[in-house]
Design a protein around this ligand. Structure first.
Ligand SMILES: [Zn+2]
Length: 362
């Protein structure tokens, strides 16, 4: 019986009763990483959106993330333990599997451990049809990896697909809120335009020689919708846009210097609703933040204006004049701010823009 147990540096694997495998992890970090990758792999090969755009189990592509084969369905049974059901008719060589998984976790966790570096996830997606594989390197942005999984079929997807609306039981088990008793609990996962931006920064550029992502509009079920499509699965590492990690100290200093006020809508917010924004997005201007220039290069935006900026600017041409753009320097464009101020009054008083404009002129 002893040879049914395999020890690796992250976990002990044990085969029970022929079709069950139990993994006991030594540390929470590796257990969480395992759970997260399981979530992505299920999006990749078995979750598909229904007509209401809720993601449900369904056969998709014949590919899998190396270390997370389709033939094992995992459930987190305790904080540090996962129980996997092995599909009937599949024989699993526990030692070979544990070894593969150990290497897979190595490449993900080693990047995470690297000091002073943006965290890098490295993993492989294997194509079972032609035995090819693609290697990916990601900064550890969960929603970006999930987005890649969504777009992996190279088909156009409406933006809602990137905002995954998933039933609780299919979610990343370490990340759900505490509403345990709500069985039908669903939640959305990710902010589509931010996600697409991150994907672009990870090596699926929208412009240039290596263009590999499209953003366009198309009529879906009678309404115009924003569509996203990647055109090749391979990441172009040379197109990756490195980003400086904005430290908490910089965030705090920036927000304080701008009096916790969103530079577009001029509303004052709690810091948790504020975000440091690159005035000129890093895709247009290299991101070289330093102690001396971060207050010039960044501005304080509220979450809502930041999203609006991303939504509006993501389809701008590569030669857009950012240096004289109100999106980069709103303080130089009072008209825009005035317009937004009026819109705010209209919304607050529940009146039309014209009525609010009259009030404003008085
Ligand atoms: Zn704002």
């Amino acid at each position: 019986m002893k040879n049914n147990v395999t020890k690796t540096k992250y976990f002990t694997a044990e085969v029970k009763s022929g079709n069950q495998i139990v993994l006991n992890f030594g540390r929470k970090q590796s257990a969480n990483t395992f759970g997260r990758m399981d979530f992505y792999s299920r999006i990749l090969h078995s979750l598909s959106p229904d007509t209401e755009r809720i993601w449900r189990p369904k056969q998709r592509l014949n590919v899998e993330i190396r270390g997370w084969p389709k033939s094992i369905r995992w459930q987190r049974t305790r904080e540090l333990s996962f129980t996997g059901k092995i599909e009937k008719g599949t024989t699993l060589d526990i030692q070979a599997y544990s070894y593969t998984l150990e290497i897979a976790l190595d490449s993900i966790l080693e990047g995470t451990a690297a000091k002073n570096m943006a965290h890098i996830y490295t993993f492989y997606i294997d194509n079972k049809e032609d035995f090819s594989f693609v290697k990916y390197q990601f900064h550890s942005k969960a929603r970006t990896i999930a987005a890649l999984c969504v777009l992996y079929d190279l088909k156009p997807h409406p933006r809602n697909d990137l905002e995954l609306n998933i039933q609780k039981k299919f979610g990343p088990q370490n990340k759900w809120p505490l509403d345990e008793d709500l069985d039908s609990y669903q939640r959305t996962y990710g902010d589509p335009s931010k996600t697409a931006d991150e994907l672009r920064n990870e090596g699926w550029p929208r412009f240039g020689d290596n263009t590999s992502m499209k953003v366009f509009r198309q009529v879906v079920i009678g309404t115009q919708q924003q569509m996203y499509q990647i055109e090749k699965r391979e990441q172009t590492l040379s197109s990756r846009v490195p980003r400086t990690n904005i430290s908490k100290k910089w965030r705090d200093e920036l927000f304080e210097s701008q009096n916790y006020t969103c530079q577009i809508c001029l509303n004052k917010y709690d810091p948790t609703l504020l975000e440091p924004d690159h005035r000129i997005p890093v895709i247009y201007e290299a991101d070289v933040l330093t102690e001396d220039n971060f207050k010039e290069k960044l501005m304080t935006l509220c979450r809502y204006c930041n999203q609006q900026k991303r939504e509006t600017t993501k389809r701008l041409p590569p030669d857009y004049d950012w240096k004289s753009s109100p999106w980069a320097y709103p303080e130089k464009f009072d008209a825009l701010r005035v317009k937004q101020g009026i819109e705010r009054i209209a919304k607050r008083k529940n009146i039309t823009f014209e009525e609010a404009l009259q009030l404003f002129r008085k």
